[in-house]
Ligand binder design. Structure first.
Ligand code: M6R
Length: 360
């Protein structure tokens, strides 16, 4: 049941420290501090030339997160919408690894993409929450995120667990490609191990409810970010529209001036996600919105320069730049939750949506 919480969504947001601890359990060797993915021994991916992630919705945003992190680690990779894959997949061969990211493991669009990839000769991996799901059974290998059951239609803890597992998998692939399987980034792995506590601390003091309260009844809600922060902006907007029924959109920070700025008014709060990737530019983009009267809510650590510039601040703990977006996303989940609660929406079961989408 929901226990002390009014909704499963809030319960599941608060379960993230536990979910991530479960995801990480036994997957970073306590003696060596290195990645220990039992099905993927060092060297597993040495022949892989490129990685394609396929997924839908929130899982697509996690896939985008994983793909950008992999690119930054020097491995050629793309994230593709599973429902576009049959018409727009880049060339696939037996040096291609296709990673299906799907909480349920039953999403029809994602299963189709996985089958297409296998037909074309790719190696396949499924990253999923459900042991025994179709995607887990059909892929060559499965990596389980162990988030525990997620009842709310809005995906929350599974996004975070997927982002963590894709970060680990990505580091394994990058180390294998470099031909130095032991070359894991130890500082990143240490910060990963610290994620459950970091989220716990952040949840205890979050200002998300006050911010949701302050900006309720705005006309539209915009979310901007760069790099990994861009995937978080997309996810922040999806969550917001899905459960509040208010208009929300996520943009790459730099795209704001290429069109969306025409929509920016004092009635369109802008959530700016700072993940350490060209933050000065994102800040400039946020200031452009501010000049048009939009309130800017900066999602960043306490000592970040954006705090002075922005109208409001949602604080995230200091961490590795690969993980800051994950923390920012948790704050945005809370903003969406409290905004939807104020509007009295049926948070766990938004209209027209289903937890598992088994039609194309
Ligand atoms: O089960 P999956 O992860 O494959 O589901 C994909 C999407 O339908 C899903 O992520 C959806 O976007 C979320 N429930 C939205 O919160």
């Amino acid at each position: 049941g929901k226990g002390e919480y009014d909704h499963f969504m809030l319960k599941e947001i608060n379960e993230q420290p536990t979910a991530l601890a479960q995801a990480l359990e036994g997957r970073i060797d306590p003696d060596t501090g290195r990645i220990a993915l039992s099905d993927f021994e060092p060297g597993t991916f040495e022949d892989i030339e490129s990685v394609q992630f396929v997924a839908c919705g929130t899982s697509y945003h996690a896939a985008l997160y994983g793909s950008l992190a992999l690119n930054q680690a020097g491995v050629q990779s793309t994230a593709l919408l599973a429902n576009e894959y049959s018409v727009s997949a880049p060339p696939i061969d037996d040096d291609t690894l296709v990673v299906a990211v799907t909480q349920s493991g039953e999403t029809a669009d994602t299963l189709n993409a996985l089958r297409h990839a296998a037909d074309e000769g790719a190696s396949t991996v499924t990253v999923t929450n459900v042991v025994g799901s179709t995607a887990a059974r059909e892929a060559d290998e499965a990596l389980f995120i162990r988030a525990g059951p997620e009842i709310g239609v809005a995906a929350t803890k599974t996004f975070s667990s997927q982002a963590v597992m894709l970060t680990l998998l990505g580091q394994r692939i990058a180390a294998d490609q470099r031909g130095d399987p032991s070359a894991d980034r130890s500082s990143l792995l240490a910060e990963l191990a610290a994620m459950p506590d970091a989220i716990e601390d952040m949840l205890a003091v979050s200002d998300a409810e006050a911010i949701a309260d302050q900006y309720a009844n705005s006309q539209s809600y915009f979310f901007i970010g760069r790099g990994l922060g861009f995937s978080v902006a997309l996810e922040g907007a999806l969550k917001f529209k899905e459960i509040t029924y208010e208009h929300a959109e996520g943009f790459a920070s730099g795209e704001l001036k290429h069109g969306p700025l025409a929509l920016v008014t004092p009635d369109t709060p802008v959530f700016a996600v700072f993940t350490g990737e060209e933050d000065e530019k994102t800040l400039k983009n946020a200031e452009e919105a501010q000049t048009r009267g939009a309130p800017v809510i900066a999602v960043c650590p306490a000592d970040h320069r954006a705090v002075e510039v922005a109208d409001e601040h949602l604080e995230i703990p200091e961490t590795d730049s690969d993980l800051a977006g994950l923390l920012a996303n948790v704050q945005l989940q809370l903003v969406s939750y409290y905004a939807a609660d104020l509007l009295d929406r049926p948070i766990d079961k938004p209209r027209n949506l289903a937890k598992s989408v088994t039609v194309e």
